[in-house]
Design a protein around this ligand. Structure first.
Ligand SMILES: Nc1ncnc2c1ncn2[C@@H]1O[C@H](COP(=O)(O)OP(=O)(O)OP(=O)(O)O)[C@@H](O)[C@H]1O
Ligand SMILES: [Mg+2]
Length: 402
């Protein structure tokens, strides 16, 4: 079976609280760490890449308060931040990477200092390398005009050689669902990809009803495990707007009662949002990665097993990354110790790595589940990996190593 892993490796430099990180990702990766340790910052770095490609780098930075808020604040005063993503192109399985760093300019503002993209092993596939808005190397005979305040990948997305990279990176979805916005009447949209807080959920459900009724069934089954009274839902037009209508079983009533999203509980809406994020793939669109912030929020602990099952099932199709504080969600001895990344803040600097060897061993030997270790506050990053990263700072640039 084809692996669902899209992002194989993420290297970050000076992104918010993250001084440096170099991690491998799995079909399902859990980011675990105390409040303020830097879990959301990790997901946000990936989200910024998507935002900068789909809109503009300027917008992506401004939405985050500008470069000064995005690059790490520390006594060393780093002036730039950098991102390197290694991934597998979904259509043909070729390895690819995309890397850039953004630095402040003396006269104010910022520039993309370096940007590289390469498909396949060194020299084998399309590649380009750009320095401060100037093309240094490329496999292609022609190249569009580029400037140093934008990512060149946006400009080259019109070239068939690089289009697959662009398409794959903008198909990453990141979620922090907000029941309040899911309740509001929504403007009808194409609904191919669920938006970050669930603000287009009615369109997404409508799109699935038309294109992937099987996915609606899966979502309904899981939702019913979480909220047994709710038997189904559908997109409902309300004048020029739309919302969701839920069918709810009522004792003594022959027909289910119908409620609009406006009247549904926070937990029901959040659960539906998480499930829609997980199972939104359909024949004309499939996300490459789905990142979800704390999917357990507002859910009763008894729903944890169903949520875990949904995450695992979805991850056989699409790569999933979640942040979580829930020991109940992790209370399963089948969870692969390698799928957990421990996030800690040391003096305000975020460190991320796989679990230390003692925890991995305890989980492998089924002495403790990840959930039990989390309750005991025993999930720590592997000190050897962290030391190694400190000694040999990973390069942002250069083709993928064999
Ligand atoms: N530019 C920056 N430089 C240094 N540190 C930063 C920067 N921006 C944010 N931070 C730090 O990152 C922290 C927030 O990290 P983040 O939101 O990733 O935490 P989290 O692990 O998701 O926590 P929670 O579980 O509470 O959601 C802030 O407390 C702040 O200290
Ligand atoms: Mg967070």
């Amino acid at each position: 079976m084809k692996s669902s892993v899209f992002l194989t490796r993420v290297v970050l430099r000076n992104y918010k609280s993250i001084g440096g990180c170099d991690v491998r990702l799995h079909p399902l990766t859990y980011l675990i760490g105390t409040n303020g340790s830097g879990k959301s910052n990790f997901l946000d770095a990936l989200h910024l890449v998507r935002d900068a490609l789909l809109g503009s780098l300027d917008n992506a930075l401004n939405e985050r308060g500008g470069l000064a808020e995005v690059r790490r604040r520390s006594s060393g005063h780093p002036t730039h931040f950098g991102v390197r993503l290694e991934f597998v192109l979904p259509n043909d399985g070729r390895d690819a990477y995309f890397a850039f760093n953004v630095g402040a300019l003396k006269k104010g503002g910022y520039e993309v200092q370096n940007e590289e993209c390469g498909i396949g092993k060194k020299g084998k596939g399309p590649y380009y390398s750009v320095e401060r808005g100037v093309l240094k190397k490329s496999s292609e005979d022609t190249f569009p005009a580029i400037t140093s305040d934008r990512l060149a990948l946006v400009a080259v997305s019109g070239m068939s050689a690089f289009r697959p990279v662009f398409d794959a990176l903008v198909s990453m979805g990141f979620y922090n669902l907000n029941p309040k916005l899911m309740r509001d009447l929504q403007k009808p949209q194409d609904g191919r990809l669920l938006k970050p807080v669930g603000e287009n959920i009615a369109s997404v459900i409508g799109h699935l009803e038309r294109n992937a009724p099987g996915q609606i069934k899966v979502i309904e089954e899981y939702l019913q495990t979480v909220v047994p009274m709710v038997h189904g839902f559908e997109r409902k037009a309300v004048g020029p707007m739309e919302t969701l209508e839920f069918r709810q079983e009522m004792a003594g009533s022959l027909h289910p009662w119908r409620f609009l999203a406006q009247s549904m509980s926070d937990g029901t809406l959040r659960a539906l949002g998480v499930l829609a994020a997980l199972f939104q793939s359909n024949q004309d669109f499939s996300p490459t990665v789905v990142g979800i912030e704390e999917p357990e929020t507002a859910l009763h602990p008894a729903a944890s097993a169903a949520l875990r099952d949904a995450l695992t099932r979805a991850s056989s199709n699409v790569q999933i990354i979640v942040t979580s504080h829930s020991p109940d969600l992790l209370d399963d001895s089948d969870i692969d110790p390698e799928s957990l990344l421990a996030v800690v803040s040391e003096g305000g600097e975020t460190k991320i790595a796989r679990l230390d060897s003692a925890s991995r061993k305890a989980m492998r030997e089924r002495l403790f589940s990840a959930g039990e270790l989390l309750r005991l506050n025993q999930l720590a990053p592997d000190p050897e990996v962290l030391q190694d990263q400190e000694r040999n700072q990973p390069d942002l640039f250069g083709s993928i190593r064999e």
